[in-house]
Design a binder for this molecule. Structure first.
Ligand code: PPS
Length: 348
């Protein structure tokens, strides 16, 4: 199948598919591989791929783009708060972050066989029916919710530049967040066990192998990063490392303030930094909803290993990766970073 982006999409077959659906029970509708790039997605991606590629952004949009688990939620909260709640007095802030900042392509993960919350009485579908009356959910629930979201919009995506509108950077601002792959793999492993869309049931060792083989959904980690890194000088792209945001929080907050043109005072920035730190965001999420009750979480994983807000640290991988796993990722990183040039680095 040829997509508007110029990629071909081919269904995974044979042993490759068997492994995936054995380890990721959530991918029971199958998967597709896109080339060039070897991007990997659940089959449902192909239904929306062209609409996602043609999606027209607006000048006032800020798109937070990352590979999964690189700190999207943190950045979307920073951006939304800087733009909409600099004095922390906007009642809209009480609405959970995922309802204020639409996740553009979430539909591709909402496999209808697997996810009962997509029934008519689900929270998401009720929000869709209310906000997009007379629209067809098959055209993308989240894409259409994004469409009717009020300006200025902050939008989340895990798609790489090559699968989005080629005019994105000429139109809107993009903040790209990168994170040390060792922390990414630990966090994504937890997430894939936690969230029923993925429902991963094998070991961290196996997951690391999927990661270095570019066999995880959302595709090759380094290719995603490379596409953004190559555009880092574009005035509408701001590139941030999770580790820098963690270690030099106020320095990075000032840079984001300048990039967004939000003109927050030092006092406002301090408030936003505190409001968006890990413990405050975790506490807010826990009081806004009970993760144990939500249908998309595997509750046994919440109990054994924590919910969405797991650790929020740089370097937590040291607690989880064996020396063999570490060596495997280091070797892979060494090989892949050659393409990125000498100025690319991750701290810790
Ligand atoms: S997702 O599901 O792909 O959108 O996840 P994403 O938001 O990109 O990444 C989740 C990880 O970011 C951590 N997190 C934070 N770290 C520091 N500060 C704040 N405020 C914050 N909010 C979320 C979250 O805990 C996940 O990392 P781990 O290492 O698993 O804790």
């Amino acid at each position: 199948m040829l997509l508007a982006s110029g990629h071909t999409a081919e269904a995974l077959q044979g042993e490759e598919l068997e492994h995936q659906v054995r380890d990721f029970k959530g991918y029971n509708n199958g998967l597709v591989r896109l080339n060039p790039g070897r991007w990997l997605f659940p089959t449902d991606y192909t239904k929306l791929a062209d609409k996602l590629y043609d999606y027209k952004f607006r000048e006032s949009d800020v798109v937070v783009m990352t590979w999964p688990k690189c700190g999207t939620t943190w950045m979307q909260e920073i951006v939304w708060t800087m733009r909409n709640n600099p004095d922390l007095d906007n009642p809209q802030a009480m609405v959970p972050t995922h309802n204020r900042v639409p996740f553009l392509e979430l539909d591709i993960l909402l496999n209808s066989q697997n996810i009962p919350p997509l029934g008519e009485d689900s929270e998401l579908m009720k929000a869709f029916r209310y906000r997009c009356p007379h629209k067809d959910p098959k055209d993308g629930i989240l894409m259409q919710i994004t469409e009717v979201s009020p300006d200025p919009r902050t939008i989340k995506t895990h798609l790489p530049f090559s699968l989005l509108n080629p005019h994105l950077l000429d139109t809107a601002k993009v903040i790209y967040v990168a994170r040390n792959p060792k922390d990414v793999v630990v966090s994504y492993h937890h997430h894939s066990r936690l969230i029923k869309f993925h429902d991963f049931s094998s070991s961290l060792d196996q997951f690391v192998q999927y990661f270095v083989d570019d066999d995880l959904v959302f595709g090759p980690y380094w290719m995603h990063l490379k596409e953004a890194w190559e555009k880092r000088e574009h005035p509408n792209l701001h590139f941030v490392n999770y580790e820098d945001l963690k270690q030099n929080n106020m320095v990075e907050m000032r840079k984001i303030n300048e990039f967004l043109g939000t003109n927050l005072t030092e006092e406002q920035l301090q408030k936003v930094a505190k409001y968006t730190n890990f413990s405050e965001m975790k506490t807010r999420e826990e009081t806004q909803s009970d993760p144990k009750k939500t249908i998309v979480f595997n509750t046994d994983i919440v109990t054994s290993s924590g919910g969405f807000y797991r650790k929020g640290k740089a370097g937590d991988w040291k607690e989880h990766l064996t020396p063999e796993m570490e060596a495997k990722i280091d070797q892979w990183t060494q090989q892949k970073t050659k393409d990125l040039g000498s100025s690319f680095r991750f701290s810790s």
